[in-house]
Structure formats: C-alpha cells, structure tokens
Design a protein around this ligand. Sequence first.
Ligand SMILES: Nc1ncnc2c1ncn2[C@@H]1O[C@H](COP(=O)(O)OP(=O)(O)OP(=O)(O)O)[C@@H](O)[C@H]1O
Ligand SMILES: [Mg+2]
Length: 311
Amino acid sequence: MLKTMNHTEDIEPQTINDSGSDNFPKKINNRLILKDLFLIYKEKEIDVVAIQGFNATFNAGEISVIMGPSGSGKTSLLKLIGGVLTPNSGEILFGEAKVSEMDENELAEYRRNSIGFLFQDKNLIPHLTIYENLEFIFDYQNFSHKKTSAQIEFLLKELNLQDRSSHRPTQLSGGQNQRAGLAVALANNPEIILTDEPSGELDSVSRNEIIKLLKTTIEKYPEKILIIVTHDPEFLSIADHVYFLEDGKIKSHMDSVELGEFLKNKTINKVKNGINDTQITIQKSDFEALKEKIKEMQKKIEKIEATKRIY
Ligand SMILES: Nc1ncnc2c1ncn2[C@@H]1O[C@H](COP(=O)(O)OP(=O)(O)OP(=O)(O)O)[C@@H](O)[C@H]1O
Ligand SMILES: [Mg+2]
C-alpha cells in the first residue's frame, strides 16, 4: 500500500529542499519500473492492443521523452503510469508500491499523492483566475486554508506568476498558461510528472520557455521523475532517455550519450544529402539540441571527475 504523502504529514526536517521552503519537502527517492506491460481497449467486437510488452525503468532526476507516430500508444502509456488505466497484464512498480495491482481507491490515492499531469490545454479551468485554479486544486485535496495560501504563494513565486495571479487563462500568453498549468501539476508535490504534448500549439518562444522550465524543474527537484510525450524534436535537447514507440512497442531507446551521437550523425547526414527549406529548420534544431546535449554531457563528466577527486 502506498504511503500517504500528504504535505502536512510528510515533512521531514532532514529532507527539506534546497530552496529553503518547507512547502515542497523532498519525497523518498523513487524509481518507476514497467515490466512487460499490455493494454487492450475492448470496443464492442474489436480489441485494440494499445501497449504490447513495454519494458522500461524511469529514475528520479531523469527526463524521459516518448515519441512515436499518432496511435502508437503514447497517451495510453501515460494513462497506465498515471494510474488512470490498469494494464491487462504486466507490472507497474513504483518504489515499494505495485501500482498495477491497486484497486480503485488505492489508485485514486496514488494519483492524488504521486502524479502530476501537465496537458497542452486542460490543466486550467477557464473561468477561474490562476490563484483560484490553484485554490481549487488544493481544496480538492483537502488542505487547510492557512497551508493552502502559503503553498499557492510559493507555487506562484516558483513559476514567476505572482503578478498574474488574478488573471484568467484567456488573459495570459501561451507560455504563461503553460507555467500556470505546471503550477497546477506541481500542486500535490508529485514524484512523477507526466506531460502530454506540453508544447502543442505554442509558438517557438513559448515552446522554448516550457522546455527550459521543465528542465529547471527537474534540476531543482531531482527526486522527481519527468516523462514527456511529444512530437517535437526540440525536447530531445533535455532528454536523458528517448523512447520511440511504434504499435505499442519500443522501436528504439537511446540514453543521453547515444542521443548525442544520433543527433550528430543526423546533422552530418543532412549536410551530406543536400539541404532544402524543411531540412534547414530541422537541422538548426538538431544542431542546437546537440550543443545543449554536449554541454550536459560535459557537466556530467565534470561531476564524475569531481567525485573521482573526492575518493
Ligand atoms: N478509449 C479508447 N478506446 C478504444 N481504443 C482506444 C482508446 N484510446 C486509444 N485507443 C486506441 O489505442 C491506440 C493508441 O492510442 P493513443 O491515444 O495511446 O495513441 P497516441 O500515440 O497518444 O496518439 P496521438 O499522437 O495521436 O496522440 C490507438 O489505436 C487508438 O485508436
Ligand atoms: Mg496521444
């Protein structure tokens, strides 16, 4: 049974986060393991096998990007991880908890305590202000009023929305909306953040903003797991892992080192094969992604070197 992770009960002095606030205490370092997952939608006479034999491990502090053609099972996979659907077979293990064996009540508790969903445009209630949207999500989770206002202020500050709290979603830019959406997704201090097409219809500036924000969130809260479903190759620049899905199966998986190589080769091949307008755009994004990747790899190498010096 999953430990209750209510904010008020879960504060342990030694695990208070680096930002110095006790609004978001660190939760136990966790790992999400998916073993041989199958999901079948039964529609009248027809069975649709949406996920077939999916295996993966998602670690805290890592960003995993899931890509694949329409209908390949990306959203279905997020629904399984998020405890919205139960697999027909296989296991979902989260720390000590066996999510795949939970009943409805346990799943509701798992979602409430451990899962944050960020969708393209479904995180905010349109007729409520940003503050009221946050209030709503906290009320729904039965927090005390005092605690609620402190946590709302904290979230607004974290996402740089203090001066937008009395605005409604329609009065905000696309990027600000996504920041507010992320505030809602983070309200329960979840260990697992799931995002489905977070950049959707955003312009490139807002898109880059949300990419940076998601990256910063994981850097700041490395005890969280972030899984991003997207069609947008720009997200590869922040990925520690990328999974390409096809027909509910992993067609390929790359870690950050392989990803760096892949992007480099892709760029080189495009140069070799001649460039048209579309390729110039893709090539530019690949190049920028590669630069980011190299920077990250350098940081990781520096960290390893520093550890070596200590020991
Ligand atoms: N509620 C449902 N009932 C029946 N079949 C479904 C249901 N939801 C999804 N499917 C089917 O399961 C398969 C996977 O769908 P899913 O939504 O997971 O794909 P996706 O990769 O997220 O696609 P997209 O990129 O278009 O969002 C598809 O064949 C889809 O038609
Ligand atoms: Mg989808």
